[in-house]
Write a protein that binds this ligand. Structure first.
Ligand SMILES: [Zn+2]
Ligand SMILES: [Zn+2]
Length: 417
């Protein structure tokens, strides 16, 4: 039986002692340790109660993507950072500190509990001689209050919030009461106007957009390959909002002309994913041309929150092989496969869409990742193209019972919110 390392293209020589899944095989102790921030979430030796916000932060740091659950965002300063438009700087800082100083979640957890996190960070940078070279550390020194809740903010944030509120009100042209109590007014709005309002309010307030939110997909954040790019896209929208009114924004999205208004802004921001971005804006999730690969990416990055499982026969799960899954371990293997494609191999989602449509998912994944013998057997079955005449939606109860999507539900579920 030949297996490859889950972390690199070498042959696997060791495996996680608790797990039987092929995605927990490694070439070396090094690769096993490097993979632990990810594997901990799926390891049979860990129950969901073993996972906390420190684990989520460490995983986010290794992925270089913002954590997407509210507890982690609160515990590690992201909520405070958002108040001053520094959420991405904070992410860069955590990524550098945790990855380059090889900090474990256990350490982070204890330091935070003991209230010594900021001192340890200072110490860590000074003792390793990184303090003078690191941009992230310089940023940290000026913003410690973001990480340490006992420190007060250096300036009056209340006033800044009010200024943001006022700017947003001015831009939308909506009366104050509508802003403060907009739930009362919203029912009279069209779905499109509500979406535009929610989205622009987040951008004005510097809250980063996160998967699995539908607006993360619909406004193109799903095409970004990392947090830096997402920040750039936010900046593009900020520029757009300077140039256009709220009404113009709403009607452009309604009429499908948003693409032609956004497109001219891209070169000034050095935007490289033009095709992908325009494709998503043109074919957002309520359009009939929506590409399921974007839901897949959102599900993979956010660990399949319940929203992705509640509709038993979601076409995305079918298209990407999750209906062929028989056990929870197989579901883990398949999730891991897509994670490797998106995060490690940086495969373009539109390419994945193309090969899925052509029924070539298996040969493509094998070409990119190089399967071992056992993986060839497993993924050969999981990624096989379903018969063209199989129903697009399960209708009968019998069919429902056969849908192995429910297997996914047995996976640890408290890893997200
Ligand atoms: Zn390896
Ligand atoms: Zn394990």
């Amino acid at each position: 039986m030949v297996l490859f390392c889950a972390k690199c293209p070498k042959y696997a020589k060791r495996r996680c002692k608790a797990c039987h899944i092929s995605s927990a095989h490694y070439c070396s102790k090094d690769c096993q340790e490097q993979d632990w921030p990810e594997h901990k979430f799926e390891c049979a030796s860990k129950s969901s109660s073993d996972i906390d916000t420190a684990d989520r932060l460490v995983r986010a740091a290794h992925r270089r993507r913002l954590p997407h659950d509210m507890d982690t965002l609160k515990d590690y300063g992201f909520v405070r950072a958002a108040m001053v438009d520094n959420i991405h700087e904070l992410m860069d800082f955590w990524a550098e500190f945790i990855v380059s100083l090889e900090i474990s979640s256990g350490s982070i957890r204890n330091w935070r509990r003991d209230g010594i996190l900021c001192q340890i960070i200072e110490l860590g940078y000074n003792e390793t001689g990184r303090a003078s070279r690191s941009q992230a550390f310089k940023w940290f020194q000026g913003h410690q209050w973001i990480i340490d809740p006992r420190m007060g903010p250096p300036r009056n944030l209340g006033q800044e919030r009010q200024a943001v509120d006022a700017r947003f009100r001015l831009w939308t042209g909506l009366p104050e009461v509508a802003f403060r109590d907009h739930d009362a007014v919203r029912p009279t709005w069209s779905q499109n106007k509500r979406t535009c309002y929610d989205f622009s309010s987040q951008v004005f307030n510097h809250f980063a957009l996160l998967p699995p939110a539908a607006i993360w997909i619909d406004f193109g954040f799903c095409v970004c390959s990392n947090g830096r790019q997402e920040k750039k896209l936010e900046d593009i929208y900020k520029r757009f909002f300077e140039l256009h009114t709220f009404e113009e924004f709403c009607s452009a999205r309604e009429n499908g002309t948003l693409v032609s208004l956004i497109d001219p802004l891209l070169p000034a921001f050095g935007w490289r994913k033009r095709t992908e971005l325009l494709d998503v804006l043109q074919n957002h999730s309520s359009s009939s041309n929506f590409k399921l690969v974007w839901s897949l990416k959102a599900a993979i990055l956010s660990d399949f929150p319940p929203a992705f499982l509640q509709e038993p026969c979601k076409p995305m799960l079918r298209e990407y092989g999750f209906y062929n899954v028989r056990t929870a371990d197989e579901a883990k293997e398949l999730k891991r496969l897509y994670r490797r494609l998106f995060l490690d191999a940086n495969v373009r989602p539109l390419k994945l869409h193309e090969v899925a449509t052509a029924g070539e998912l298996y040969s493509f994944a094998n070409y990119v990742l190089g399967f071992g013998k056992e993986e060839r057997a497993l993924f050969g079955r999981l990624l096989r193209k379903r018969a063209a005449d199989s129903p697009a939606h399960c209708s009968s109860t019998q069919e429902l019972n056969r849908c192995p999507w429910e297997v996914l539900q047995y996976l640890p579920s408290n890893h997200y919110h």
